[in-house]
Design a protein around this ligand. Structure first.
Ligand code: CTP
Ligand code: MG
Length: 182
């Protein structure tokens, strides 16, 4: 299989997991999920994880997955890429929800290790959401997961994700949408 094709498939399959965190930046605000609660004098998650950001991020990611399902046939025919994945219903939810849960897990770990809201956590910041969204997709649809995320696709995801993550966050910072460029 051509490399370009693998990259397109990886990007397509991960879009419902890539978009939620960026949407949360735009939609965030309001009540924090941890309700201000602390553990060992540190916030459980912090003010950066809100109900609204999480709900809107997950919803937009799911709608995007449905939209990709709707156009997969046409895009496949137009590009000649036969293996463009479509997302079964449980995956439509698992990819975006897993991405948000991964981001939340990273915040939990940041707070436990004394990092304040917005502090960088290299490596974790870039891959947290991928690991959890893929894990959740595997749990709810193992057959679909193994068929879609072949070794080649997974390799592309692991290389491409940090690059896209750094790129979009720097862009969001320049645009004044985000307080830090990570
Ligand atoms: N956001 C949100 N809900 C989420 C994730 C993000 O509301 N579940 C919004 C918040 O406004 C947050 C912004 O998106 O401040 C940027 O997200 P992120 O960088 O993940 O949060 P930080 O504020 O940097 O906090 P943390 O150190 O916990 O990552
Ligand atoms: Mg941050």
């Amino acid at each position: 299989m051509a490399v370009l094709e693998t990259v397109v498939i990886a990007f397509w399959a991960m879009l419902p997991a890539y978009v939620p965190n960026n949407v949360a930046v735009l939609a965030g605000g309001g009540r924090p999920i941890d309700g201000g609660r602390t553990w060992n004098e540190k916030r459980l998650l912090g003010d950066g994880k809100t109900w609204r950001g999480t709900a809107v991020g997950t919803a937009v990611g799911a709608v995007l997955a449905l939209a990709l399902n709707a156009v997969a046939g046409d895009v496949g025919a137009a590009t000649g890429i036969e293996d463009l994945p479509t997302f079964p219903p449980e995956v439509v939810l698992a990819l975006p929800l897993g991405a948000m849960l991964g981001d939340m897990t990273a915040s939990f770990l940041k707070r436990r290790t004394g990092r304040d809201r917005g502090a960088p956590f290299p490596g974790v910041d870039q891959l947290d959401f991928v690991v959890v969204s893929l894990a959740l997709a595997f749990v709810v649809a193992p057959g679909w997961f193994l068929e879609t995320f072949t070794l080649g696709v997974l390799l592309v995801v692991v290389i491409m994700t940090p690059v896209l993550h750094v790129g979009t966050n720097v862009a969001a910072y320049w645009l004044g949408l985000k307080n830090e460029p990570w």
